[in-house]
Write a protein that binds this ligand. Structure first.
Ligand code: MG
Length: 403
């Protein structure tokens, strides 16, 4: 007991240990002037008392990252579909592994451009918290069902998750994250539902750290959807010949390791593509920052459009790849079938719960009194993992399933 209270009373750093103040000084020395320094954060909605001992050894954004990792919504990412449903095989990406890939690519970019790696990591780990079960088909279903009740969009919903749906603190809902991480959800969206404690000015661009995530997200999903599409056998190497970016990398690899097995050549091609795209992004962005004369976060915020961007040439090649994926992977009959199935049963779950909210767990019944039945049901369903949604479906509609 006494040890706990000793810790609460204050930490006792030894020589050579880095305290939060040292980390702030390190940011000052090492980060670029246009990086988001944690001392300049616009802060948290709720004032936090008695946190000195917790904050002694971690910076502001490190603490945000830790809150995100310890949230329930984060753990659920493991069982949420990216493109291929979880039970199709253990080697396909899930929302969780996708998120980790985005975080890894973003941190590389942040380190090279001397941006705030802690902030980038926190935003990356949070960026998909608002996704529904069953990927975009789940989102489409909820969007349709909520169209006369304010709609549904996964970034808006991500903000609801971190502001309202996680419960960690005695006096307020949410994770009480800093403005910059919450803003990254809001700036992803076109509509503006005004969050309670801070205005996200729609005329301000988000900090570079937030812009990095958008590009890293694209690099991650384009490449892993290619790889997963090949693994699932829904696209072939012949199909990919029409995609310039792929074809160039694949033939280059083929010349270097001609006798390597197909699997290794595919793997090496994906690695090469991630490398090519990430390198292009970093070099192109660095040049854009210099050309635009960006010297501060205020300059970043005042610059419309994106400063973190690919070269035009790479952007064109990337779009060609994206069009290919849209036509051949996301619309493939096996993916489409799963998508319509998910659509149907999310509609049925929604209909059943809203017709009688007493079927909801008690905390969501209470939530429905506050938020209205439809929004509460939408929050409940959006939070589900694929398998929880499937189990609920069985419990509601299969006569011999336990309730
Ligand atoms: Mg994503």
């Amino acid at each position: 007991m006494s040890q706990v209270s000793d810790h609460i009373a204050g930490s006792s750093p030894q020589n050579g240990m880095q305290r939060r103040e040292d980390m702030q000084r390190r940011e000052e020395r090492e980060l670029a002037p246009y990086a988001m320094h944690s001392v300049n954060s616009r802060g948290r909605c709720n004032k936090e008392e008695d946190q000195a001992y917790r904050a002694a050894y971690r910076g502001l954004y490190q603490r945000d990252r830790d809150r995100i990792i310890h949230s329930r919504a984060f753990r659920r990412l493991e069982y949420k579909t990216q493109v291929f449903v979880n039970h199709e095989g253990d080697h396909y990406r899930t929302r969780l592994t996708h998120t980790i890939e985005v975080s890894q690519i973003s941190r590389t970019v942040a380190r090279v451009l001397r941006l705030n790696e802690d902030l980038v990591e926190a935003i990356a780990l949070a960026h998909d918290l608002g996704h529904t079960p069953f990927g975009h088909s789940g989102e489409d279903a909820l969007r349709g069902l909520m169209k006369d009740r304010g709609g549904f969009e996964h970034n808006d919903h991500g903000l609801r998750v971190v502001d309202k749906l996680e419960h960690r603190y005695p006096n307020y809902a949410g994770l009480n994250l800093t403005y910059e991480i919450r803003e990254s959800f809001a700036k992803h969206t076109t509509r503006h539902d005004k969050p309670s404690c801070a205005d996200f000015n729609p005329h301000e661009s988000p900090p570079l750290e937030s812009q990095v995530i958008e590009a890293a997200d694209e690099i991650a999903y384009n490449n892993h959807d290619l790889e997963d599409g090949l693994t699932a056998g829904i696209i072939t190497l012949d199909d990919l010949e029409e995609v310039q970016l792929w074809a160039e990398a694949f033939h280059w690899i083929g010349k270097r390791i001609p006798s390597a097995p197909r699997k290794i050549r595919i793997y090496q091609t994906i690695t090469t593509l991630i490398n090519l795209l990430t390198t292009d992004l970093m070099e192109s962005s660095f040049k854009r920052l210099a050309d635009a004369g960006i010297k501060s976060v205020a300059d970043v915020r005042a610059t419309p459009g994106r400063l973190i961007a690919f070269t035009l040439e790479m952007q064109r090649k990337k779009e060609e790849l994206e069009n290919f994926l849209a036509a051949r992977v996301y619309k493939h009959y096996r993916v489409a079938r799963m998508a319509s199935k998910a659509h149907r049963f999310i509609e049925q779950l929604f209909g059943e719960y809203t017709s009688d909210v007493s079927q909801l767990p008690p905390e969501y019944q209470q939530w429905s009194e506050k938020e209205g039945a439809k929004r509460a049901v939408c929050d409940y369903i959006a939070g589900m993992t694929d398998r929880h949604a499937q189990d609920e479906y069985k419990r509601l509609f299969y006569p011999f399933e336990r309730a």
